[in-house]
Design a protein around this ligand. Structure first.
Ligand code: GLA
Length: 387
């Protein structure tokens, strides 16, 4: 891949001895969904698939960008003197947004850069191709201009740019998982204060299998922002009766004792998911640490049920993949991962059941949905790096 992106660079921008190649991963979340904007816990890990970049500094104020992922791709241009001009300009709004977010923090490059990217995260799969591109850009800016920022800052800058330049009100999970990834480990992150622990994932005799719904039209942004507002409103109602900063501060017992403060049924049920899912995530990580993979898997399944029935972010495609997976004895656990409404499920599957999993789930999916799902066996990788 390093070679591929360097060759891509040479083809588009010509030979340059100073070009360097970089990589930032994608992520999958094992459990803890729609908790990261509620001050709850998440448990994602970085993947070995992600976004590759080849970049070099220029000596004028231009930013030139090229993606090897699209057919008929062309060189796109932005300027350090008019970063706002790239708002809404398709994929380049992600890297340029990150330059803008650095500038907001006082990190202003004097000169621009040329960047070619190539990603091998399946498009629209919910494995965080946008967070991967954001963190990749931040990592490259730090390397090219010597900006004094930590990897955790790269996550926060990426999220800031996505919230304020790209208009998606996402939480911190994706950028954090990408920027702080560690090989063979998942990250147990408390989004209330960003404290975290790495947890080794040694899946003896099992693999992590991703199943992609390949659903074309996702409603993510508007529905996502709606869910987030419902939780925020429920929080402000609960704050009238209990002293909390986020829904993640509540135990299940406390939520049940105070839930009547939430005046609307739909909001109450959304808040319920946030509280229960947070507790489930804590319990799941404890189970994993105790070597109880079976329990971890059952909690993954319960997470999907809550996202389906209470939070209402799954849809027939994700439900079919998860429900068909549950029927197979060698499946330890299976659930939707990421924002929902399409994208992927994540499953922990015994080695000997993987073929059966792909065949049976694939067949049932095709029969019910009318087109194919795609399956990938993934590995947990590290954070961003110079190649
Ligand atoms: C998307 C967002 C994350 C998180 C998940 C749901 O991936 O970018 O911040 O909220 O959805 O858990």
């Amino acid at each position: 891949m390093k070679q591929k992106v360097l060759e891509g660079f040479e083809k588009v921008f010509g030979k340059n001895d100073d070009v360097k190649a970089y990589f930032a991963p994608g992520r999958v979340n094992l459990i803890g969904e729609h908790t990261d904007y509620n001050g709850g816990h998440v448990f994602p890990c970085a993947l070995t698939i992600g976004t590759y970049g080849a970049a070099v500094q220029r000596n004028d104020r231009k930013i030139r960008l090229f993606s090897m992922n699209f057919e008929n791709s062309k060189v796109e241009e932005a300027s350090l003197d008019n970063l706002d001009g790239a708002r809404g300009a398709g994929w380049i709004a992600y890297p340029v947004g990150v330059v803008w977010a650095f500038a907001q923090r006082g990190f202003k490059p004097e000169t621009g850069f040329d960047l070619v990217i190539y990603g091998n995260i399946p498009n629209g799969s919910g494995l965080s191709s946008s967070a991967s591109l954001e963190v990749l850009t931040g990592f490259i800016l730090r390397d090219l201009y010597g900006f004094d920022v930590t990897n955790q800052d790269l996550a926060l800058i990426g999220q800031y740019s996505e919230n304020n330049f790209n208009g998606c009100n996402c939480g911190i999970m994706d950028q954090f998982a990408v920027a702080m990834g560690k090989e063979s480990n998942a990250i147990f992150l408390d989004t209330a204060d960003l404290s975290f622990d790495y947890a080794p994932i040694a899946l003896k005799g099992c693999k992590i299998v991703i199943a992609n719904t390949n659903k074309k039209h996702k409603l993510t942004d508007s529905a996502y922002n709606e869910r987030r507002s419902a939780c925020e409103k429920a929080l402000s109602e609960l704050q009238q009766v209990v002293d909390i900063k986020g829904l993640g501060d509540l135990s299940i017992e406390e939520f049940e004792a105070h839930k009547d403060a939430i005046k609307d049924d739909d909001r109450r049920i959304k808040a319920k998911h946030a509280v229960y899912e947070n507790q489930r995530t804590i319990e799941a990580v404890d189970a994993l640490k105790a070597g109880d993979l079976e329990k971890f898997g059952k909690l993954m399944n319960a997470s999907h049920v809550s996202l389906r029935d209470d939070y209402d972010v799954t849809g027939v495609e994700l439900d079919t993949l998860a429900e068909e997976a549950w029927k197979i004895p060698g499946v330890i656990g299976s659930r939707m991962t990421g924002g929902g409404f399409g994208g992927c499920t994540v499953s922990i599957v015994k080695d000997e059941a993987i073929d059966e999993f792909k065949e049976k789930v694939g067949k049932a999916y095709r029969e019910k949905i009318g087109y194919d799902a795609t399956f990938y066996i993934v590995e947990i990788g590290g954070g961003p790096t110079v190649l």
